[in-house]
Design a binder for this molecule. Structure first.
Ligand code: HEC
Ligand code: HEC
Ligand code: HEC
Length: 481
């Protein structure tokens, strides 16, 4: 097991971008969104990069650290629980509601992963749970998550039930202004009032923590919450009565869909976002980069070679699908949220995901030049085998047919893109700065070919002494010829 890698923040960028769109809508100006397009280059992995991925001009903003992920020290690698907040003690006799209702709220709070955004944390430690103050950095200033403990002065202690419902389901604050959609009210809108009330009762039954998060430092006009009205009009499909069942489908499937689209807010990371920072319905759950990691395609296509049981073991046993590990924000989602779901709910999610159909988003082509597999073999040997021959750092091993079958389901273009741009511990271009995108692409082709079609060669390629067997493959200089 490896340490949880703390990502840098991108999600706030989106919320702010939505304001920009609001401006555009309100004043019919096409110029406003263009301003925002200049900025994401400050965010590694977020902005337009060589090869065209992530798609230029798009923003992804999520809770997280303000700084790019620092290098891992060996001690951090040993302690894998750094920075995780712990759920606080609950007083089930608080009187906020019956114990049964408070427990229902607790379950929903876990399913909704409120703790991950509403707790301030660093790479090394977490502040008091739900006390807010997590900084979400944007090029236009910072947004801080609010304190949602029952503290009367700095938290939600003075909230009335209806005010809490308004915030959670409708994205409206106590003073009537709009919340930025970085708070997933678009998803929590699928909860019904009784569920929201249960969440409220739970939050009222934990210890109040006095903590006033710093004020947002957004610049004009991004600080204008009224401008979110335009965004809401376009992208917030307010369901007055929460989740609408599909009567033609089973109860299990409906439960799964509710959990995915509602509390789980999976689409916030797994669906690509449009120019305005709203999820692209057409490409629902077809994958996107988030905080430097590729959040994979989790539709029936991306999960074609994965069973329901395999998906469940991602949530229940923290077992990754292609390399046995889970990294990035998903590790946090599992640790703080998904592992607490009942086995039935985990299975319901998996059952639903296996039926999801949507169009993939093809990444911009990495290179039109196609090199022969032989060239790929050379790159593989000299660069990629350092990790992929034995699964170092959690790299999918060459020759592991099952893992590569699943990876290919993500789309070859996607794999090229990940190899060129990097994802988590997969360094961009495998750390080969001199390699061209076409060479990286051919290395991926080679790894796929060996893994799927030539297991014998795969065994050979997996051997750590491969280098010495093929010394002629070894020098980068030769690779460049
Ligand atoms: C992805 C991050 C994220 C998650 C997950 C999240 N929140 Fe929030 N929440 C925020 C941010 C950021 C704000 C403030 C947004 C703003 O200032 O417009 C907020 C605002 C709120 C508010 C309004 C507070 C106020 O100032 O009026 C409440 C209440 C709230 N969240 C409760 C919850 C609950 C309960 C959950 C879980 C069911 C949850 N949040 C999950 C990020 C998140
Ligand atoms: C905060 C962002 C985020 C949220 C929310 C999120 N995911 Fe993920 N997910 C990721 C990332 C990033 C990865 C890739 C992890 C990796 O590279 O190991 C991932 C990976 C996965 C995987 C593959 C596991 C593997 O082997 O890497 C599955 C299955 C999955 N997510 C399902 C879900 C479901 C279902 C939900 C909602 C209940 C969800 N995710 C919510 C970011 C997220
Ligand atoms: C320093 C170690 C390291 C090197 C060198 C390396 N990789 Fe990786 N690679 C990884 C890790 C770790 C992962 C798993 C990343 C994840 O799960 O997010 C990975 C994943 C991949 C994937 C699967 C993408 C996915 O979505 O998980 C491909 C394709 C890939 N690498 C290609 C390459 C190629 C081609 C090279 C050589 C040019 C290379 N790698 C060199 C560590 C490495």
């Amino acid at each position: 097991m490896r340490a949880y890698a703390k990502p840098h923040s991108q999600m706030a960028v989106r919320a702010v971008r939505s304001v920009v769109l609001g401006v555009a809508l309100a004043f019919g100006s096409a110029a406003a969104p263009a301003t925002a397009q200049d900025s994401p280059s400050a965010y590694p992995g977020a902005g337009p990069v060589e090869g065209g991925l992530p798609r230029s001009g798009r923003f992804r903003l999520y809770k997280g650290r303000s700084a790019p992920r620092p290098p891992q020290s060996p001690t951090e690698l040993l302690d894998e629980t750094v920075g995780y907040p712990a759920y606080p003690k609950v007083n089930y006799k608080s009187g906020a509601a019956s114990e049964k209702v408070i427990r229902q709220g607790e379950y929903l709070v876990k399913a909704g992963d409120c703790i991950s955004c509403h707790t301030n944390k660093t790479r090394h430690e977490a502040g008091p749970a739900f006390a807010g103050g997590l900084k979400m950095k944007t090029p236009f200033g910072d947004i801080y998550s609010p304190n949602i403990t029952p503290d009367k002065e700095t938290g939600i202690g003075k909230y009335q039930k209806w005010q809490f419902r308004n915030a959670l389901r409708n994205g409206i604050r106590v003073d009537g202004s709009y919340l930025y959609p970085v708070m997933p009210f678009v998803h929590y809108n699928l909860l019904v009032n009784s569920e929201v009330d249960a969440i409220f009762a739970y939050l009222k039954s934990i210890e109040p923590v006095s903590n006033e998060p710093p004020a947002n430092t957004l610049e004009i006009p991004f600080n204008e919450r009224e401008l979110l009205a335009g965004w809401r009009l376009l992208y917030f499909d307010n369901q007055k009565n929460g989740y609408r069942r599909d009567p033609k489908r089973s109860a299990v499937w409906n439960r799964g869909r509710f959990l995915v689209n509602g509390p789980g807010h999976c689409g916030m990371c797994h669906s690509p976002m449009n120019e305005a920072g709203a999820e692209e319905k057409k490409h629902y759950l077809s994958g996107d980069f988030i905080n430097g990691y590729w959040a994979p395609d989790i539709t029936s296509r991306g999960l074609a070679h994965v069973s329901v049981a395999d998906i469940v073991s991602v949530f229940a046993r923290e077992r990754g699908l292609w390399n046995g590990q889970i990294q990035g924000d998903m590790r946090e989602a599992v640790h703080d949220s998904l592992r607490f779901l009942t086995a039935e709910d985990q299975k319901a999610i998996a059952t639903y995901l296996k039926t999801v159909k949507s169009e993939p988003t093809p990444p911009a082509p990495i290179s039109s030049e196609k090199l022969p597999l032989r060239a790929g073999a050379k790159i593989y040997t000299s660069v990629c085998s350092d990790c992929h021959s034995f699964g170092g750092l959690g790299a999918p091993q060459i020759g592991d047919r099952k893992a590569w079958l699943r990876l290919v389901d993500q789309g070859r273009d996607r794999l090229y893109a990940v190899a060129v741009h990097g994802s988590g511990d997969m360094p961009f271009k495998g750390m080969c700065q001199v390699c061209t995108p076409a060479q990286i692409r051919s290395a991926v082709d080679y790894m796929i070919d060996v893994s799927l079609n030539a297991p014998d060669q795969g065994k050979l390629a997996r051997r750590s002494n491969f280098h010495s067997k093929f010394p002629e493959h070894d020098t980068l200089l030769e690779v460049r010829k």
